[in-house]
Design a protein around this ligand. Sequence first.
Ligand SMILES: [Zn+2]
Length: 89
Amino acid sequence: MNNRDGLTPPILVRILNQLEGHTGHAVEQLPHVYRGRCPLHPEDGPMLLVRGLSGGGVVIDCAAGCSARVVAESLGLEFRDLFLLEKLL
Ligand SMILES: [Zn+2]
């Protein structure tokens, strides 16, 4: 899982691996986004979208409204080390 599509930046790979480890569910790769379960309420099904941006940022978008900061911190990631956007544009 360290190489996904070969274009995935390291930080995104780290987020996806952490997400799978915390939720116990595989992340699904869609054409332009990864879809998995929010670590704060994985029982609700796959409603978290994660997308890497060409500029190196990462979008974490929970359909239930969890902030990217809270999701990142729940995964043990330092929010300040990431360039995160709250919503897909
Ligand atoms: Zn959530």
